[in-house]
Design a protein around this ligand. Sequence first.
Ligand SMILES: Cc1cc2nc3c(=O)[nH]c(=O)nc-3n(C[C@H](O)[C@H](O)[C@H](O)COP(=O)(O)OP(=O)(O)OC[C@H]3O[C@@H](n4cnc5c(N)ncnc54)[C@H](O)[C@@H]3O)c2cc1C
Length: 544
Amino acid sequence: MNRAELIDQLHREEFDLCIIGAGASGAGCALDAALRGLKVVLVDSSDFSAGTSSRSTKLIHGGVRYLEQAFKNFDFAQLKQVRHGLEERHAVLANAPHLSRPLALVTPVFSWIEGLYFTIGLKIYAWFASAKDTLPKSEWLNKKTVLQRIPGLNPQLHSAVLYYDGQLDDARYALALALSAREEGVVTLNHLAVTGFEKSTNGHLQTALVTDQLTGDQHHIRAKVFLNCTGPYADHIRLAANPQIPARIRPSKGVHAVLPLDILGGKEALLIPKTPDGRVVFAIPFFDKLLLGTTDEDYNGGDAEPVLEGREVDYLLETLAPYVRQKVTPDQVTAGFGGLRPLITAVGRSTKGLVRDHEVEHDPASNLYSLLGGKWTTYRLMAKDAVDEICAALGNSNTCATESYVLVGGQGFHPDDWKNIQQETGLAEDICRHLLLNYGTKWPDLVAIIRENAETAARLAPNYPFIGAEVVYTARHEMCCTLRDFFARRIRLEIMDWQATQAAAEMAGNWLGQELGWDGKATQAHIAAYRELVAGFAKAASRL
Ligand SMILES: Cc1cc2nc3c(=O)[nH]c(=O)nc-3n(C[C@H](O)[C@H](O)[C@H](O)COP(=O)(O)OP(=O)(O)OC[C@H]3O[C@@H](n4cnc5c(N)ncnc54)[C@H](O)[C@@H]3O)c2cc1C
């Protein structure tokens, strides 16, 4: 991943396809297109997955709520969406086994009628899953069993239903897509923003003007086709390509508050099926934290990053309160994050009522393709639809090959291999398990870094398994260019614990500075700026 060399390629080459935005959609399209033999460049104005794709609830699902809505409203389009999600679940799980896993979700019920209602619903949900799906079947648990499994639940419940969906480490999954695309020959570049276009005489896009966000340098990308995968920001690119077309995206903000895992006290997630204002809220174990979310409201903050706010913490904790034994207070929130759903506009409906489906839009005047809407779970189908259309336009008849393509780090993965890391390094079990799950079969490269310099084996934060070698590895092999790239997306400490992130910034900053050739002053400036950013998140969430 030599950035200068990759940037140099932009000047030398003309591409078949330039993909703008490297979230789940863009990185998914890049891999799909490369496997069909297209010459592809993938750019992101921030980092791989820095947008919505690192800020999701991290579920691989069809959406039980959408199933209920589909039946209640006789809405077949919505039913189709549920089916697509469930059909894709097995592929998302199988293609990156180190970054995804089955997740048991529990819904407490307060009467046997409610229990029966959910049990029937979950049977129908399971019925829509692919025949290749190997997730365990749903169960109706009696009160004693459910409280044994999740001791933190409110004992007032009658019983509970349990079912399985998938869970993924969203940021690392998108990164694995981008890294796999790179291995298949795609020029992948983060921190490179598309700021405008040049057109040929027939009005078609010919060149994208890009600015390196790290240096301010300007570059050009020449391509036959441009594909807009900028999620909630898709209208910026659509309107830059053709100011005559109407805006299509209605961003909806969703936040998560992060809490200690022992509030529930089990491995299962909690699904709160209906909040007083008609939403679904999840409390989901993610590493050793509990993600509580999400909200769903129109976002009017423009390009500003959506962050967890104090009023949203209050809302989420009020929603959780009837379901748990202990009183959870705002000072227990250790971190949080916000994201924007890239919903496609449907005039006059609240964002809760919009279906999360996708659309491949082609603007004939500019020849821009845009992949709009969708959800994480269906990223592969979305990519297939977009690349099918683009291949047809380019006269390429190769078919999609991503269904069984195992991503970087997933080939030959075995969950017990952490023991090999321990044998080679003598590191603590939690560190070895983390290295295996974060980097999959790439772990020997981290061991080599530790052998090169034993100091890199030190923990970055006392109660977490993250170590210095990861900073070095991600800078060398995963295009980690900033402290935020590292803490928010290469490891996930920023979304787990703001205090620990701030404390670890000094050590990580020094390792990163060494790798990227920053001098002492620049390193200190990077550390101070990042700490201030994280302090700002904590302030917004606490309403100080
Ligand atoms: C709170 C929340 C929870 C969710 N939970 C789930 C879930 O549990 N399961 C599920 O399946 N789905 C979930 N989703 C939906 C899912 O996360 C999104 O649909 C998906 O991540 C969108 O991916 P994307 O690639 O289209 O957009 P993004 O991930 O936002 O990617 C767009 C990228 O474009 C880049 N970009 C923007 N402008 C430019 C430019 N000018 N030049 C270059 N690059 C640019 C951005 O930096 C960004 O990285 C959730 C969404 C939200 C908001």
